[in-house]
Design a protein around this ligand. Structure first.
Ligand SMILES: [Zn+2]
Length: 288
């Protein structure tokens, strides 16, 4: 049995700030390194769960957050191999994923844009009637090859969102979202135990977990949140080709920058949207 592990960083227990790759301060570098270590621990936990359940073939980890270089691969379980390197140079978002794989895990994922998860961003709209985040997209790309995604890990919101797509899949909730930037997190040993056990159950229950397949033809685009429809969707009969075309065209970074949940802390205990806050600061001649 061959396993593909798609990873991100925002869903790791302990992560509540977006990664700032352009901040060279020692403090920021220390935070980033801690998050990389936590991600590596969670990925290893997923690998261990798979091995316990009897995965005996290839285990391929896709280091798919930001720089494409967030997993400390020298500390990775030697049973696995890793795809890493700049995401912008990758041939595809899920390189090497094809029908030679039997099962997928989605580790350290975040909720879709416009919903109440920690560091929520990215929302795909399919055929103006189906919305999901990066976890859902990874599941759909696996489904394209009839591969079931049996495990989702991250906060309570992303786990609920992915289980809405495939209720049978295993979910390891390692943090509870309180706001876009606040969470109740498990400690690393607890998060890793939770992931390891869910990963093991997912592989053991693989026959009960269907692949996430979407019927074509397709009209797909990125939007700011569920309920929104893309202004210029890409259309076609082959799901993967449509997604490929959107990725080649490039993410709409304006959409990615949108405030993930409607609220962020303002002053005097008042919660404001990012737009409201900006307007307020503009009025007062203040800049962030
Ligand atoms: Zn990420």
């Amino acid at each position: 049995m061959n396993l593909y592990i798609h990873t991100d960083l925002e869903g790791v227990a302990g992560m509540v700030h977006f990664e700032r790759r352009d901040d060279d301060t020692l403090r920021n570098w220390d935070t980033r390194k801690r998050m990389f270590r936590l991600l590596t621990g969670e990925v290893n936990a997923a690998i261990e769960g798979a091995l316990e359940a009897g995965v005996d073939g290839q285990i391929l980890v896709n280091d798919a957050h930001g720089s494409g270089y967030s997993i400390i691969f020298e500390e990775m379980n030697p049973a696995a191999r890793i795809i890493h390197g700049p995401l912008t140079r990758q041939p595809f978002w899920t390189p090497k994923l094809d029908d030679s794989f039997d099962v997928m895990f989605c580790v350290a994922q975040h909720a879709m844009a416009g919903t109440s998860g920690v560091l929520a961003h990215s929302c795909w709209c399919v055929n103006d009637e189906l919305w999901f985040g990066e976890g859902g997209m990874a599941m759909a790309l696996a489904g394209y090859y009839d591969i079931p995604a049996v495990l989702i890990t991250g906060d309570d919101t992303v786990c609920a969102q992915c289980r809405e797509l495939v209720p049978e899949m295993e979910a390891a909730v390692v943090k509870e979202a309180l706001s876009p930037y606040n969470a109740v997190s498990m400690t690393p040993p607890e998060a890793q135990r939770t992931i390891r056990e869910a990963a093991r159950r997912g592989v053991e229950r693989i026959d009960e977990i269907p692949p996430f397949k979407i019927e074509g033809p397709y009209s797909i685009g990125l939007v700011g949140g569920p309920g929104q429809v893309p202004s210029s969707p890409v259309e076609g009969d082959d799901f993967r080709e449509v997604v490929y075309e959107i990725l080649v065209r490039g993410y709409d970074y304006e959409l990615q920058q949108q405030e993930p949940w409607p609220m962020m802390p303002g002053r005097d205990g008042v919660f404001l949207t990012k737009g409201q806050r900006r307007a307020m600061e503009g009025e007062e001649g203040k800049a962030d």
